[in-house]
Write a protein that binds this ligand. Structure first.
Ligand SMILES: *[C@@H]1O[C@H](CO)[C@@H](O)[C@H](O)[C@H]1NC(C)=O
Ligand SMILES: *[C@@H]1O[C@H](CO)[C@@H](O)[C@H](O)[C@H]1NC(C)=O
Length: 446
């Protein structure tokens, strides 16, 4: 009854020609400092017999605030009163986090985005966080999707050059669930780096994908030969992922950066010579699937050492997919490809070394003569062969050991200079909302 009445009212309003105002309901608010939700990448054992996956964490940073909240809680609606909190925890420090005992669950993407295009603007999933004293709630936020953040912020950020944007990316973006003849596994220790589909990553606000593409000649059909891999391991076929990106570009005004960054199998001879027809086959597939959206580097590139085109020029031309390619010999023969996008990769299994490396590398980027206007900080540790052999840790534990620090660094030391920040299990950090905030900040200084 309620639903049909609503439908009737909506129809009536539309029929009367009224414009329905966009909902500008606040999804995040704070007088000072911030609170935010993350999803813990490793499982949590909450009792002898119960193990929970995708547990919610409540995070806060009240540095510089004259009053620091004394408590923080998890809610399943906008936090207006402590009476409705599902759990409440003390806030013992100016910044920190607590691990709740509740899972985000396998809910659908909100506002119609699960299977197609939904409503514009940030939209909340069910969990909310609130913090304050024992009477008032002073800061709140929700776990959200940001499906149209570039369009939502267009008047402010469109004059930024792409090299001056802050962008949330995913490392090994396609390694999110096996889809092979042998396996549909969705959680493992050392191959899968993500747990959301490419579509869901886009809807959450990720705009840069690091793809590792492999070629297996033994498939009869050309399309079936191209895979997304993690190193030597096949994870999913490529073409369906390109179609998810296509559907998103067709339906939105967002700009997406796709990076063919490693070709672990089938693209090179033993001596390192590129196998021309395998590269050409991939480029044909990319043009067939994404052609109308491709921003050709030859038309939009602004030369070495520059920050590239503005968002506005890409949007005006309605060319919103930039495809960068790791092999310069192929780039030089295909003027539409964007040049090698430098990865700041620490190649270490130590979080301390990772941050030392990234602090230095980000501060020195982009190189004055860089051919690409973009660069990606690879904000994850890399297990060694021995780690994998002796099952020391897992990619989920490794991500957990760094993602909170990535959030903190992006908000501080990396704030002025970082371009793309690529993480594993991105819901364990706050990189999406930070990238939007930081892009706006940079635009306001133009
Ligand atoms: C989860 O935490 C809440 C309070 O924070 C508590 O009431 C509840 O019993 C806990 N549930 C489990 C399964 O431990
Ligand atoms: C991560 O942040 C915590 C809290 O600020 C800090 O104690 C820890 O040393 C940091 N870890 C690294 C590797 O920087």
């Amino acid at each position: 009854m309620a639903v049909s009445l609503y439908a009737v009212l909506t129809l009536a309003v539309t029929a009367l020609g009224a414009t329905i105002a966009p909902s500008n309901e606040l999804v995040e608010n704070s007088q000072c400092g911030r609170v935010w939700l993350t999803v813990r990448s490793p499982d949590v054992r909450i009792s002898a017999t119960v193990i929970v996956q995708d547990v919610l964490e409540l995070n806060w940073d009240f540095n510089g605030c004259s009053t620091v909240p004394t408590q923080i809680g998890l809610f399943d609606e906008k936090p207006l009163s402590w009476m409705s909190a599902l759990s409440v925890f003390l806030v013992p420090s100016v910044e920190g986090y607590v691990v709740t005992n509740m899972s985000v669950g396998r809910g659908t993407l909100p506002a119609g985005w699960e299977n197609g295009v939904g409503a514009k603007g940030p939209k909340c999933l069910w969990p909310w966080v609130g913090a304050g004293d024992n009477i008032n709630i002073q800061a709140y936020n929700c776990l959200k999707i940001q499906p149209t953040w570039m369009e939502d912020n267009a008047p402010k950020i469109n004059n930024l050059r792409i090299g001056d944007l802050a962008i949330a990316g995913t490392h090994n973006a396609g390694a999110w669930r096996f889809d092979t003849e042998l396996s549909q596994v969705s959680r493992d220790s050392f191959v899968l780096c993500q747990d959301r589909s490419i579509w869901a990553q886009l809807v959450h606000g990720i705009r840069y994908f690091d793809f590792r593409i492999a070629y297996y000649e033994f498939y009869g059909n050309e399309d079936d030969r191209y895979w997304l891999n993690h190193n030597l391991i096949r994870v999913r076929p490529l073409v369906p992922l390109l179609r998810e990106i296509r559907a998103f570009l067709d339906a939105t005004k967002e700009v997406v950066f796709l990076d063919a960054h490693h070709f672990p199998v089938g693209f090179y001879q033993q001596d390192g010579t590129p196998i021309r027809n395998v590269h050409a086959g991939l480029l044909e597939i990319i043009q067939r699937e994404l052609g109308p959206h491709l921003a050709h580097a030859g038309e939009f590139g602004t030369g070495p050492g520059s920050k590239g085109p503005t968002l506005q020029s890409l949007i005006n031309a309605n060319k919103r997919l930039l495809f960068s390619y790791v092999d310069n010999s192929i780039v030089s023969q295909n003027s539409w490809l964007w040049p090698i996008l430098p990865h700041l990769w620490a190649n270490t299994n130590s979080p301390t070394e990772l941050f030392q490396y990234l602090d230095a590398a980000i501060s020195m980027s982009p190189q004055p003569t860089a051919r690409s206007p973009l660069f990606s900080a690879m904000a994850q540790t890399t297990p060694t062969v021995l780690d994998i052999l002796f099952l020391r840790g897992s990619l989920r534990e490794n991500a957990d050991a760094v993602n909170r620090n990535v959030t903190a660094r992006f908000a501080s030391r990396w704030r002025t200079q970082a371009n793309i920040i690529s993480t594993d299990f991105f819901l364990g950090s706050d990189v999406v909302d930070l990238s939007i905030m930081i892009s706006n900040e940079r635009a306001s200084r133009l």
